[in-house]
Structure formats: structure tokens, C-alpha cells
Write a protein that binds this ligand. Structure first.
Ligand code: PMP
Ligand code: GLU
Length: 408
């Protein structure tokens, strides 16, 4: 059967592919430690589950407005005003099937064929395919490991040209686990402010997962709070990471531009595509964003901060691996460049992050995501997700240490 060129050319999601392989090996009885998919190991807090269950039992089973109920949209707008300093109302918010869907809708609404989207890398695997699906050209700006995986204002300035329609910012970042400070983020935004045709797409899905205990003074900062950019920032976020709700598929997008005109165009596409997300999730969104959930979100954050410390310490003790200590999200992104040209005891040769990850899974039964799909600069890296308990973390890193030491 025919497959469109547009879809055939698209890369599969490397993060989800690794997860599927690890799951298949486990099904065959192999004891795999999975550092693959970025998904919290915690269960969704009970008060959030109860809110959805109550709504379902009460018969909240019909369509609601495409971008969500007024109550859920207002809960999100109020959170964005209060916590992020974004001047918005419920009319500027649409609730989507995950932040991934919010990104898809935003790029479809923003990008015409031939437009350029600037992407600081290493960056999450789905940005480039979704930019290209919209007909755009992805212009990568490499954040060097020596600079903490961060791009500089001068690099950003050099990447923006007359065809640039958007810059994607993602802090804390997947896959590098770094977070830009407020000053660093403001400096990047100053560059963008000088280019009036450029929209900021700010993916803030990891905003709650910043670790000031590991980087004193660090706190999340939203570009949409800067007055010069308020009218041309699209903020993406969702419930997956901070609330341990990956399987629910709840994301949102906020775009106050032109009194909500951009948002209305985006919702036009959403209405033709998926319409509303499950209606009985709407009260669960209100519950998640209430004060009642904050202590549980904070306790998960603290657990991730503890794991970030453990991963950084253990990785620092592994020769042939070099890395930047994570300060946000739940990822570390070590370079395995020093392993290039070596062979495993079983004879597999290591040439890059991809061959390293393949050999590690086959011989040491640890799943990591190869770096290549996170950016052209990242081929010699692998991503380690530390969204698992500490004993798994220690076991997996011990296997990685043994595997890496045995290369010759
Ligand atoms: N943005 C980033 C940077 C991510 O890592 C993810 C991974 N899930 C998403 C967006 C999408 O999250 P979801 O669709 O689960 O809300
Ligand atoms: N974002 C997570 C990851 O990078 C979940 C999988 C995905 O959607 O890519 O692992």
C-alpha cells in the first residue's frame, strides 16, 4: 500500500523505540535495566485520580469545547499568571493530547514550507521531525558539552536569518538535563526580541523539575513573562512529568498573541483533528493544579534531585565517559567519544552512541537512548534517564561501568 513521502521520510521516535525494545526483552525473561523513556516511575497522586474517577462516575462522558472546559482552561491560565508571570486568560489556553500534540499544533499553525525554525541542540527527538512535517527547515545550534550544553546569545544571533519564524527553547532540557539560569534565558530572549518576525516556542514540560540544591539559586524562568516577547511566545507544558501522568496524555499550549487569534487558528486545527481530550480529565487538571497536589509534586521533585546527584557521582567515576552534571529534568547525556574505535568482549565495534547503545543492550542488558537523534552534535552521546528507583539506577550504572571498562 502507498505511504506518503512525508511520513515515510520521517524518523521513528528513538525514545519510544528503545522503550519498546526493552519491554520486548523483558517479556522474553531478560533482566533489562531501562534508562530509556523519560517517564516518572511514580504513580499519579491519588487526589488527581479520584477527581477523574468522580467525573467519570458522574457521567462527564460527552464532548466538551475543543480546547477544554472553561474551568480547566482558567486553572491553567491562573497557574501561568501566578507561577510563570505570563499575562494570559483562559481564552489563550488550549488543552491538548500531551505536550507533544501541543507542539505539533503550534508548529502546524506557525510554519509554512521553506520557513526556518532555530533549534538549540542537543534537543528532544520529536522537534526536528515535527518541524519538517510542517514543511519547515530545522536550523540546529549546537550547545557544546564544554559550555554545559548551552547555546550562547552570539550563536543564537548568528542562526537567526530572514526566513526564521521561530526559536524553540526547552529548559530544563531533554536530553541534556541542564537548565538555563534566568540571566542566561534573558540574554537569549534579548537576541530574539531584536528580530520581530520570530516567535518563541518555549517547551516548559520540565519546569517543576529544577534542582537548586544542585545548582544554588536555580529557578525556572518563562520567556513569555518578558514584556517584549509576551505577544509572540507560545508556551507549551503539560501534566506528564511533574504530576506523573504520562499515560493520561494531557498537555497545554498558551498563546496570548493578538488577543488569542493565533490560539483560535491552532484550535481550528485541533477541532478538525482530535477535538477535546477526554472530558472527565478536565476536573483532574483543576485538581492537579490546586494546592492539594503541590506537596506530592515537591516530594517527587526532591526524589529526582537525589537521583540526579547519584547519577552525576557515579558517572564521574566511569573512565571513558564524560558528562555535565544534571540540574533539571531526569536525564544525563554523557559522551562516549573515548570508547570510539574499541571493541566489546563479544566483538562488537563501538563507533558512536548508536553502536554503544546497541552493544550495551545486547551484552549488559541496559537500555539507553543513542544520542544521534537529539542533534547532529550528539552522535557520540547516549541519554540516561534516571526516572527509576535508586537501586535500579545503581545496578544499571554498575553494568555500564563494567561494560565500558571491558572495551578494548
Ligand atoms: N517536550 C519534551 C522536551 C519532552 O521530553 C516530552 C516527552 N514526553 C514532551 C515534550 C511531550 O510530553 P507529553 O506529550 O507526554 O506531554
Ligand atoms: N519525552 C520522553 C522521552 O524523551 C517520552 C517519550 C517521547 O515522547 O519521546 O523519553
Amino acid at each position: 500500500m502507498k505511504v506518503s513521502g512525508r511520513v515515510e521520510r520521517m524518523k521513528e521516535s528513538a525514545t519510544l523505540a528503545v522503550a519498546a525494545r526493552a519491554a520486548a526483552m523483558r517479556k522474553d525473561g531478560i533482566d533489562v535495566v531501562s534508562f530509556g523513556t523519560g517517564e516518572p516511575d511514580f504513580d499519579t497522586p491519588a487526589n488527581i485520580k479520584d477527581a477523574a474517577a468522580r467525573a467519570l462516575a458522574a457521567g462527564m462522558t460527552k464532548y466538551v469545547a475543543t480546547p477544554g472546559t472553561p474551568e480547566a482552561r482558567e486553572a491553567i491560565a491562573s497557574k501561568l499568571r501566578r507561577e510563570n508571570g505570563i499575562d494570559c486568560t483562559a481564552a489563550h489556553v488550549a488543552i491538548t493530547a500531551g505536550a507533544k500534540h501541543a507542539l505539533y499544533l503550534a508548529l502546524q499553525a506557525l510554519v509554512d514550507p521553506g520557513d526556518e525554525v532555530v533549534l538549540p541542540t542537543p534537543a528532544w527527538v520529536s522537534y526536528r521531525p515535527l518541524i519538517e512535517l510542517a514543511g519547515g527547515r530545522c536550523v540546529e545550534v549546537p550547545g557544546a558539552m564544554e559550555h554545559g550544553f548551552k547555546v550562547t546569545p552570539a550563536q543564537l544571533e548568528a542562526a537567526i536569518g530572514p526566513r526564521t519564524v521561530a526559536v524553540i527553547l526547552n529548559s530544563p532540557s531533554n536530553p541534556s538535563g541542564i537548565a538555563y539560569s534566568e540571566a542566561e534565558m534573558r540574554a537569549l530572549c534579548e537576541v530574539i526580541a531584536r528580530h520581530p518576525q520570530v516567535t518563541v516556542v518555549s517547551d516548559e514540560i520540565y519546569e517543576k523539575l529544577t534542582y537548586p540544591e544542585l545548582s544554588p539559586g536555580l529557578r525556572h524562568f518563562s520567556p513569555g513573562s518578558i514584556p517584549a516577547l509576551a505577544g509572540r511566545t507560545v508556551t507549551l507544558n503539560g501534566m506528564s512529568k511533574a504530576f506523573a501522568m504520562t499515560g493520561w496524555r494531557i498537555g497545554y499550549v498558551c498563546a496570548p498573541a493578538d488577543g488569542g487569534r493565533f490560539l483560535q487558528e491552532l484550535v481550528k486545527l485541533q477541532a478538525q483533528m482530535t477535538n477535546n481530550i477526554p472530558s472527565f480529565f478536565m476536573p483532574a487538571i483543576v485538581e492537579a493544579l490546586s494546592d492539594r497536589s503541590a506537596p506530592q509534586v515537591e516530594s517527587m521533585r526532591r526524589a529526582f534531585a537525589g537521583r540526579a546527584r547519584v547519577v552525576a557521582e557515579l558517572l564521574a567515576g566511569i573512565p571513558r565517559m564524560s558528562t555535565v552534571a544534571p540540574t533539571g529534568a531526569f536525564y544525563a547525556f554523557p559522551s562516549i567519544a573515548a570508547c570510539s574505535g574499541l571493541r566489546t568482549p563479544a566483538g562488537r565495534s563501538i563507533t558512536d552512541g548508536h553502536s554503544y547503545a546497541e552493544a550495551l543492550l545486547a551484552e549488559a542488558h541496559v537500555a539507553v537512548v543513542p544520542g544521534g537523534d537529539f542533534g547532529e552534535c550528539a552522535a557520540d552521546h547516549v541519554r540516561i534517564t534516571f526516572a527509576c528507583d535508586e537501586s535500579q539506577l545503581r545496578e544499571g550504572l554498575a553494568r555500564i561501568a563494567r561494560f565500558t571498562a571491558a572495551l578494548a
